[in-house]
Unconditional design. Structure first.
Lengths: 117, 149
């Protein structure tokens, strides 16, 4: 099983999944995946955080960098399924106010669909 | 209690998880909840990342030694390196909370200084010291939970 996976959803929305600890070992892979998609011109992202059990400042930095690049192109990076301890890390540094966080993929996807219509 | 446990590894990112697991195991033995263990682990992770990034200026430039012990109902972690002086005072804290995105500054979220912020936020005491010729010693403390022996 891949720790970072990617699936294209309707409306050019890119679903990127992360599985495991978003730390020094895994973050470079996520960074490369998001960067490659941004390079290809995609701007609408949903990141599945439901299987992320741990995140450090490097993981946050990776997500906020992608968020910043996507926003610059008129897109966004929505996150869903944050586990409570990971959510707490976001809250501690106010990133829960920076990112749009959703409980489920459906909720995040619905937000993109609304934006499209 | 009071016995010291230590682990020394090469200063590489791939070794950080091993150091964190070593400290987490000690924290679990000391009676911390899983939530607190997560916090201790994150503080150690950020400390070791800082050592590689700032005091050594890259991977494989030196070793990192982590020790933990329980002293008077306090879980004490010390992290040592042989790199250049790490002056935490020079690292500005990130704006808290980050400014909400507004036209003009919406992409300027500051992400520097988060590591030291996490360490200070998650632990009860954080102390940096430096001895010329020896290196840095970072000491972090967390009070044991009430019910722990």
């Amino acid at each position: 099983m891949m720790d970072i996976w990617h699936e294209e959803l309707p409306g050019d929305v890119q679903l990127v999944g992360v599985r495991g600890r978003l730390d020094q070992n895994l973050t470079p892979e996520l960074d490369a995946e998001l960067d490659a998609l941004l390079e290809e011109g995609y701007q609408r992202f949903i990141v599945d955080m439901s299987e992320v059990s741990y995140i450090n400042s490097g993981g946050l930095r990776c997500l906020v960098t992608a968020w910043r690049k996507a926003k610059k192109e008129g897109g966004n990076v929505y996150l869903f399924g944050l586990q409570p301890r990971v959510h707490q890390v976001f809250s501690m540094v106010g990133f829960d106010k920076v990112f749009e966080l959703y409980p489920t993929q459906q909720a995040a996807q619905a937000e993109w669909q609304q934006g499209v219509s | 209690m009071g016995r010291e446990n230590s682990l020394t590894v090469p200063g590489r990112y791939s070794e950080i998880q091993r150091l964190c697991a070593f400290v987490s195991k000690g924290a679990r033995q000391a009676g911390f909840s899983e939530d607190s263990i997560f916090q201790i682990e994150l503080a150690c992770d950020e400390a070791c990342t800082n050592i590689i990034e700032h005091t050594y200026g890259g991977e494989a430039k030196g070793e990192i030694t982590v020790r933990w012990q329980v002293k008077k109902r306090v879980f004490v972690i010390s992290i040592e390196d042989n790199g250049k002086r790490f002056d935490a005072g020079q690292i500005p804290p990130p704006p808290m909370p980050p400014e909400p995105p507004t036209p003009g500054n919406e992409f300027e979220i500051q992400v520097g200084g988060l590591g030291v912020f996490f360490m200070r936020e998650l632990m009860d005491e954080v102390h940096f010291s430096y001895q010329a010729g020896k290196g840095n010693v970072l000491t972090m403390e967390k009070q044991l939970p009430e019910k722990a022996q």
